[in-house]
Design a protein around this ligand. Structure first.
Ligand code: FAD
Length: 300
């Protein structure tokens, strides 16, 4: 039986583990796919204090290393449900079950999809949600990035370094990412921004070869080797809905101490209702949730 089980090894979950171990609580972190969470998709992080510039993978490695050195256990597994047993919680995973006196849910968010026919089938065959993971496959090729916010512009800038041509396809009439990123995009000769455009069809079999976009002037066929979708994030909290209340947007409701209405259950990071979703705010939540869990354990 662990004192604290943390679900998710993004910056929120790893920081929670670091704080909990420093308070001498036994801790298990369970992660289903990538240690470090979303930041492992970011090639350059320039807003995390103490690092002028750091890759997400490097920052993630440092956080994992710190949690392990402090004595946290880390398991690779997919949590499928949690049973509230009163004084303890049973966390059920694909590969087994674990018990903890308290629980910190730090499961982040997932990428929003376009919702087009064959999108899932083409995922990995030309459609991607992560330029840093898949960008290297498109060296010297033509790619599209759907979206106009910070993530989309960061992905377009990264892809422009190696791809022949990058189209940024944005449904609004303006880009919404930071001005600094917009200025960088404007400087890049191999990036073309198409605003007021939506992707209507994904074409090509078995691999993507083109997309049909709809603009004010009508339809336009873009020949593309790859399409990177960067149109926002969705919480993935449904499996915990009985344990922690979800709001209309699907995010966890919690108080400023990351406490939920269920005794011994805390939430941290992008999965909870908040206005700013960044690494700094995720780590802040991780610290807050861990210390709240420690106070809860001491009160038992
Ligand atoms: C491309 C990109 C660039 C970014 N750039 C920056 C930046 O420059 N600066 C910045 O501050 N922020 C940036 N962000 C945002 C930042 O990465 C997130 O705000 C932060 O990672 C949120 O941390 P988190 O721990 O809450 O969630 P996440 O990082 O999403 O981690 C949650 C983890 O939980 C795991 N998980 C989910 N469900 C389960 C389950 N059922 N069982 C087990 N594990 C589960 C997931 O696999 C994931 O690893 C960027 C994000 C992206 C996608």
């Amino acid at each position: 039986m662990y004192d604290i089980i943390v679900i998710g090894a993004g910056p929120a979950g790893l920081t929670a583990a670091i704080y909990a171990r420093r308070a001498e609580k036994s801790v298990l972190v369970i992660e289903k796919s990538s240690f470090g969470g979303q930041m492992t998709h970011s090639p350059k992080i320039e807003n995390y204090p103490a690092f002028t510039q750091v890759s997400g993978i490097e920052l993630a490695d440092k956080m994992v290393e710190q949690a392990l050195e402090l004595g946290a256990d880390i398991e690779m597994d997919d949590v499928t449900s949690v049973k509230d047993m009163g004084d303890f919680k049973r966390v059920i995973c694909e590969g087994g079950a674990y018990e903890g006196r308290s629980l910190i849910i730090a499961v982040g968010v997932k990428h929003r999809q376009l919702g087009l026919p064959r999108e899932n089938e083409l995922c990995g065959n030309g459609v991607s949600y992560c330029a840093v993971c898949d960008g290297a496959f498109y060296k010297g090729k033509t790619v599209g990035v759907v979206g106009g916010g910070n993530s989309a512009l960061q992905e377009a800038i990264l892809l422009a370094e190696t791809s022949k041509k990058v189209y940024v396809i944005q449904n609004l009439d303006i880009l919404t990412g930071e001005v600094k990123l917009q200025n960088k995009i404007a400087e890049l000769e191999n990036v073309e921004v198409i605003t007021g455009a939506t992707v209507e069809k994904l074409l090509g079999d078995p691999e993507l070869t083109s997309v049909m976009i709809k603009t004010e002037d009508g339809e336009r066929l873009l020949d593309l080797d790859g399409l990177f979708v960067a149109i926002g994030l969705l919480p993935k909290n449904e499996i915990f809905a009985e344990l922690a209340k979800l709001n209309d947007g699907g995010y966890f409701d919690s108080d400023e101490n990351c406490k939920t209405a269920t005794s011994g259950v805390f939430v941290a990071g992008d999965c909870r209702q908040k206005s700013i979703r960044q690494i700094t705010t995720a780590t802040a939540d991780g610290a807050t949730a861990a210390l709240a869990a420690c106070r809860y354990l001491e009160s038992l």
